[in-house]
Design a protein around this ligand. Structure first.
Ligand code: 3YP
Ligand code: ZN
Length: 366
């Protein structure tokens, strides 16, 4: 099993600055580093090195996405505005006032999209069996004409359109396990029957009123969107149930050429922005389920592209578990925190969670 891995020094330079809420009066509590700081990802990359796993991965160099690549998804105006603000010494914002970037932010955002592109090209082309693109800034909230939710460009969609345009890929299944709804990817593919967008997320967390279980894609592409909103407090039991009752059967029925996973670790039990209870071992189990169905339908082809995850202590262990599962290599480093959360009674599937999962399955005839 060969697993591709993308990580670039420049991803750590994307500058989100400090933040203390947009409040009045403007001097309240001392501004702290933005939630989307480099720490979680840099520390994930460090663990990949220090655990020794990096030696067993195939390092894939990112190449900046070209304007042609980005234009397959975004408006020329959006690209031009990010480019212009990126030349401002103080940087700019991707569109919603909470997606800041620093000087040179355009180049790093293009390199993030380009990391996802190169990882997906390697998987589709067969140079590696699967791949993880540890990119930053994230992408799954970005819309055609504006960034939002810490995202500038839609990394996953830009990668998907690159391989559809140049490598003959037809059908792609997206499985977004970030704790927030993948609204950008959903919007981009809402009327496209050849891209199945599955998002499993905390119910009505972000964006507001987005990712409803009844949103299933346009009539022309009915069923091409599957949302699985789960209540706050859902743990390993609920996620495994949702994967076995909805995600895996939906992928099997859709029969994609490749699976793309916008991978956020903000559904972890230690995340400051999410209120879910996944542990590293939960993420490992979900990865195994995806790889198994990928083996059945698309020769194991899976590409993950990094999204959220804001616990600097825990994200590295979740990431390591996923990479160990993808590569089939077990390092000698164990998750020191998971057991403390795995013993919680809330890890087990509840009746309420089971009903919601059954509802999502029912809506989609699964
Ligand atoms: C964006 C603004 C408030 C919540 C935040 C979510 C970012 C994220 O991790 N998206 O997946
Ligand atoms: Zn998120």
């Amino acid at each position: 099993m060969t697993t591709g891995y993308v990580w670039e020094e420049l991803y750590g330079w994307h500058d989100t600055g400090t933040f203390a809420g947009h409040v009045f009066p403007s001097t309240t509590v001392q501004p702290y580093q933005h939630f989307e700081s480099a720490e979680t990802k840099v520390r994930f990359a460090s663990l990949v090195e220090v655990s020794g796993l990096a030696k067993d991965l195939v390092r894939i160099p990112a190449v900046a996405a070209t304007e042609e690549d980005i234009l397959r998804i975004h408006s020329a105006e959006h690209i031009a505005r990010i480019k212009a603000e990126s030349l401002n010494p103080k940087g700019g914002d991707a569109g919603d006032g909470e997606s800041p970037f620093g000087y040179g932010g355009y180049d790093i955002a293009a390199l993030a999209a380009g990391g996802a592109i190169q990882a997906l090209r390697a998987v589709v082309g067969g140079t590696v069996n699967n791949a993880y693109a540890l990119v930053r800034p994230p992408g799954h909230h970005a819309r055609p004409s504006n960034g939002m939710g810490f995202c500038i460009f839609a990394n996953a969609a830009i990668a998907i359109e690159n391989v559809r345009a140049t490598m003959g890929v037809k059908r792609v299944a997206v499985v977004d396990w970030d704790v927030h709804h993948g609204n950008g990817t959903q919007e981009i593919y809402y009327s496209d029957p050849n891209v199945l967008c599955i998002s499993i997320h905390q119910d009505n967390l972000y964006p507001i009123n987005s990712g409803l279980v009844d949103d299933a894609g346009d009539q022309s592409a009915s069923g091409s969107v599957i949302n699985i909103p789960l209540p706050a407090g859902s743990g390993n039991g609920a996620y495994v149930e949702a994967f076995s009752k909805v995600v895996v059967p939906a992928i099997r029925r859709f029969n994609p050429d490749v699976i793309v996973v916008p991978s956020g670790f903000d559904a972890s039990a230690f995340d400051p922005l999410g209120r879910m209870l996944l542990t590293a071992s939960g993420y490992r189990q979900l990865t195994e389920m995806l790889l198994t169905v990928a083996d059945e339908v698309c020769d194991g082809k899976v590409m993950m592209t990094h999204e959220g995850g804001y616990s600097p202590t825990y994200v590295p262990y979740c990431g390591l578990a996923v990479l160990e599962s993808m590569s089939g290599v077990k390092t000698n480093i164990d998750d020191p925190y998971g057991a403390d959360r795995e013993r919680l009674p809330e890890q087990a599937l509840t009746e309420v969670q089971a009903k919601l999962i059954t509802k999502s399955a029912g809506i989609h005839g699964l």
